[in-house]
Design a protein around this ligand. Structure first.
Ligand code: C2E
Ligand code: CA
Ligand code: CA
Length: 920
């Protein structure tokens, strides 16, 4: 037994867990208090803390309008389980929404005990379980049905009848009826088997119409079974006659010699009848029917009984009403639906015919649900033609009540002039309503006469049949449309964030622009930086959740946003309306910042930043995709590692970007054609005043002789990785030069090449360097490799190992741009390099410092570096003053425009020769 304290603590823990789950889940979380019958709903999408409380949950369950009739049992079961203290609760239910689709929900819950071990609370969640349930339902539906007719199959009907017999509602007015369709197939086969299938389908359809609300199944090829509840023998006989009459009307002309007819054998329910018994009895009655025709009913120990002729009220009127033309109309309807794909146009033609034939003005199709006014979904007629939103069937509540509530057993209701509210200005004279109840939704078809009052006695049967035919087709059509909508939804949306996908975004954006030519819009492209890190640190599930949250957050908080999409990964685009006096960019950045702050607080290891570019949509003739590109170009100009930022696109950015693309497109060919040329910039020995070496700097000299500077293409090549090829090309050119000089017997000067940090990705580069040194046979002391300081920001140990390896080949190592980034002297102490190149920035900074400060600082810096055993070179020396200061600090070498700019090899060789001479 657990102690009171333990249980207390357990409950506390459980509560904490619940809080966490609530904050993470998109499900609806609930907590039910058994003692007080109070239900709390926590909504996962809301800020934590918000809840809905339902006191007296029992009443709520009973009265709730949210849950449809068919779920009542489930809800009650749920309530029962809540009270019962079950360890696990699991239930499913479905709801229909205004979109007309069912949504499946799943409840999962568990009960928590109080300190005494008595059930105290139930905690659980309600989540969508749509997809699998939909699928399962389709499967179940298929399993239960006869493929051809859609009626229940043999196993299912048997099961259903057995259940019926066991239930308390079974009464002595119930019949089990076997319907046998006479064998017409031989004759029909000659006309193609499809026609005989059609006959079975028509039988099935008619059975469903005549015996609506009863269980009907197909138990053999031409045998059907019906369990008829609470009906009379007379009614049964009447329906059988109608059925035969109808089949004769439809198929009589198709097959003259042998019209299919049905015969019936019935047995009435008695106390404790079993399915087998009833079936056997009905079967034996059917034997008589097959020989004698008509319908026979089984009698205990006696001859089966046939209803006496005079007892059967087959109404004269009814027979009469089925004059050939009105039967033709039904036949016409069936044929039309069979042959014309477009259901809407069939309905239009058909309704037109119906209106003309019956002299009606309107046909109205309504949907009714419990909590709402009935609303019109389709309308046909002579008054407003197809525009159902213009229809006004101006009716009062009490008139609706007559039509929707006072229907007879066939679902027919009639509104006559006398029922109309007096003194009302309307031209409706009389209405026939047909109730088309299926599933959870109730539909009505109304036939309206605006000219005169009528009893509808003549028309009711024909119109009822037509209403059902139209209704069935409409249902099929709507189901297809829903299916299509669902498929389209999947095609058009990003499955993760539920935003439009890129293609759909473009299409919708184009449409919005076209429809709102007076308004101004802007496009924003955003990309998370550090998202990969987040994914790897907190897992992809978290990453996905953040993307989903972001989509939601943007939509909720951007007041001017009109359209959103996720392009790929962590890239989002959105379209915003620009309004007078609104700082769109500023607000957007604010929203992004708020989001990042939220995430960074929760996941404190990551530093999520949103980088965005914005492009104004200023020319409606330009495709939206171009603005997406522009915004993306602008985004790329935002500096990494800044706080969340946004750049607005300008035309020169496009030039830059086109230029970049052009460079990227030509780089391979340019390398092959030797367009990447080595320039050399001399390095000067400050103590001796001599040229001590040079740095190789690449220039791209194009076919037409124009020169491209590294500033323009190095960042690009860094990005696309091509830089490593350039570096090796420079190394090769250096080696070729040194080799030539050696062969000419000249004195060599060490030349340095720049090696990008991208080499670190492929540590084999060290081998490649050795191999080239080997190939050109240049002593390694005449080659130096510059690596930029920033490489150490990555993985110091690995990089340092690579550098040491490189050092072993004998080449000199220089740390380039020292002081421009983050590395400290502390880092330097561990690096296996020879030369430290002080970044030009030191000299620039000095300009603003006082004489004392600059000398002191530089003195100390150079001194310390030298103490660590490095040689020091100062970059970017432009003035004699700078040179003077450097000399005083003990700096070894200098490089800069004061001495020379980078130049062609021949020029450099000349320069070096002359420099030496002058100095000697
Ligand atoms: P860096 O390695 O720091 O090269 C020095 C840059 O400073 C060169 O620009 C040079 O022309 C310039 N410079 C030299 N003296 C002065 C001066 O007194 N004042 C000023 N303002 N500038 C001076 P360049 O040649 O345009 O190269 C720019 C950058 O491009 C280089 O900076 C280097 O990072 C990169 N780069 C150039 N060639 C290569 C290469 O072959 N491989 C790699 N990986 N990078 C290269
Ligand atoms: Ca350099
Ligand atoms: Ca440098």
């Amino acid at each position: 037994m657990k102690t009171k304290d333990e249980l207390q603590r357990e409950t506390e823990r459980e509560k904490k867990r619940l809080d966490m789950i609530v904050s993470l889940s998109s499900d609806l979380i609930f907590e039910y208090d058994i003692a007080t019958d109070t239900m709390h709903f926590y909504n996962g999408n809301e800020e934590a803390g918000r809840k809905d409380v339902i006191a007296d949950y029992n009443t709520y369950v009973r009265e709730t309008h949210l849950v449809y009739e068919e779920n009542r049992e489930i809800l009650e079961e749920f309530y029962h389980q809540l009270r019962e203290g079950r360890e696990h609760i699991q239930l499913e239910f479905r709801k229909i929404y205004r979109d007309g689709c069912y949504h499946w929900f799943e409840i999962k819950a568990g009960t928590i005990a109080d300190a005494e071990g008595r059930p105290e609370k139930v905690i659980g969640k309600i989540g969508l379980a749509d997809e699998q349930n939909r699928y399962r339902n389709v499967l179940i539906h298929r399993m239960e049905r006869d493929i051809l007719t859609g009626l229940y199959n043999r196993e299912t009907i048997e099961k259903l009848i057995r259940e019926r017999l066991k239930s308390e509602t079974a009464s002595t007015n119930d019949y089990l009826v076997i319907v046998d369709v006479s064998d017409f197939r031989e004759e029909y086969e000659k006309q193609g088997s499809l026609l005989s299938d059609a006959v079975f389908c028509t039988f099935a359809d008619e059975l469903q119409i005549l015996f609506a609300d009863n269980n009907i199944g197909r138990i053999g090829e031409n045998e059907f079974v019906i369990y008829l509840q609470n009906t009379s023998f007379e009614k049964l006989e009447e329906n059988r006659k109608l059925l035969n009459m109808h089949i004769r009307r439809i198929y009589g002309s198709a097959v003259k010699r042998l019209t299919p007819v049905c015969r019936m054998g019935a047995s009435a329910f008695k106390q404790e009848s079993t399915y087998e018994e009833l079936l056997r009895q009905a079967q034996s009655a059917l034997q008589y029917a097959k020989e004698e025709g008509g319908i026979w009913i089984y009698q205990e120990n006696r001859m089966p009984l046939q209803p006496p002729k005079d007892m059967i009220p087959v109404r004269e009127v009814l027979e009469g009403s089925f004059n050939s033309t009105d039967g033709d109309l039904v036949l016409f309807a069936i044929e039309l639906f069979e042959n014309v794909k477009d259901v809407r146009s069939v309905l239009r033609v058909l309704s037109d015919r119906i209106c003309k034939f019956y002299k009606l003005e309107d046909i109205v199709y309504l949907v009714c649900s419990k909590q709402e006014e009935p609303y019109i979904t389709y309308y046909w007629g002579s008054v407003h033609r197809d525009e159902y939103d213009k229809v006004s069937i101006d009716m009062r509540q009490q008139e609706w009540d007559v039509l929707l509530k006072q229907y007879d057993r066939e679902g027919i209701s009639v509104l006559r002039e006398a029922d109309l509210v007096q003194g009302k200005d309307t031209d409706v004279k009389s209405v026939l309503g047909i109730r088309l109840a299926e599933d959870m939704q109730i539909h009505y078809m109304l036939f309206v006469d605006r000219k005169q009052d009528r009893s509808w006695q003549q028309e009711r049967i024909g119109l009822r049949r037509l209403a059902w035919i139209m209704h069935k087709r409409l249902q099929q059509m709507e189901e297809k449309q829903r299916e299509l909508k669902r498929t389209n939804y999947i095609i058009e949306h990003d499955d993760k964030t539920d935003l439009y996908n890129y293609t759909k975004f473009l299409a919708v954006a184009e449409r919005i622009l076209k429809e709102n030519s007076g308004r101004k819009y802007a496009l924003i492209y955003s990309d998370f930086s550090n998202f990969q890190f987040l994914n790897e640190t907190y897992g992809y599930v978290t990453g996905d959740k953040i993307l989903i949250d972001f989509a939601y957050f943007l939509k909720e908080n951007c007041s001017h946003g009109v359209l959103y999409s996720r392009v790929t990964g962590d890239h989002f685009i959105s379209m915003h309306e620009c309004k007078e006096g609104v700082d769109l960019a500023g607000q957007y950045v604010q929203v992004c910042n708020a989001f990042c702050d939220k995430v960074n607080k929760k996941y404190n290891l990551c530093n999520l930043i949103l980088i965005s570019g914005m492009s104004m949509i200023d020319d409606p003739k330009v495709k939206v995709a171009v603005y997406v590109d522009n915004a993306n170009i602008a985004r790329k100009t935002v500096k990494k590692n800044t706080v969340t930022g946004l750049c607005v696109f300008s035309e020169d950015m496009r030039l830059v970007s086109t230029r970049q693309m052009e460079l990227a497109a030509n780089m391979e060919k340019a390398l092959e054609q030797g367009e990447f040329v080595m320039y050399l910039q001399p390095k000067v020995n400050l103590v001796e005043g001599t040229i001590s070496g040079a740095e190789a700097l690449v220039r791209w000299i194009k076919e037409d002789g124009t020169m491209v500077y590294p500033d323009e293409f190095i960042p690009l090549f860094e990005k696309n990785g091509f830089i490593t090829k350039i570096d090796f090309e420079m190394l090769r050119q250096v080696l070729i030069l040194q080799r030539e000089q050696m062969q000419k017997g000249r004195k060599l000067l060490p030349i340095s090449v720049n090696f990008s940090r991208r080499h670190q990705e492929n540590p084999n580069y060290v081998e490649e360097v050795s191999r080239m040194m080997e190939e050109y046979q240049v002593p390694s002391e005449y080659v130096e490799i510059e690596v930029t300081e920033s490489v150490f920001m990555d993985d110091f140990t690995v990089l340092n190992q690579n550098i040491s390896k490189l050092k072993k080949t004998g080449v000199g190592i220089a740390i380039d741009d020292f002081g421009s980034g983050y590395s400290s002297l502390n880092v330097l102490s561990k690096v296996d390099a020879d030369v430290i190149k002080l970044d030009r920035q030191f000299l620039l900074d000095m300009e603003s410092d006082s004489e004392e400060v600059k000398k002191n600082f530089l003195n100390t810096l150079v001194l310390m570096i030298k103490q660590l055993g490095f040689t020091v070179l100062a970059e970017g020396v432009e003035t004699p003053e700078q040179e003077e200061i450097l000399k005083n600090t003990g700096c070894d070498y200098a490089q800069g425009y004061l001495y020379a700019k980078p130049m062609r090899t021949e020029e450099f060789l000349e320069f070096a020769k002359a420099y030496g001479r002058n100095d000697d």
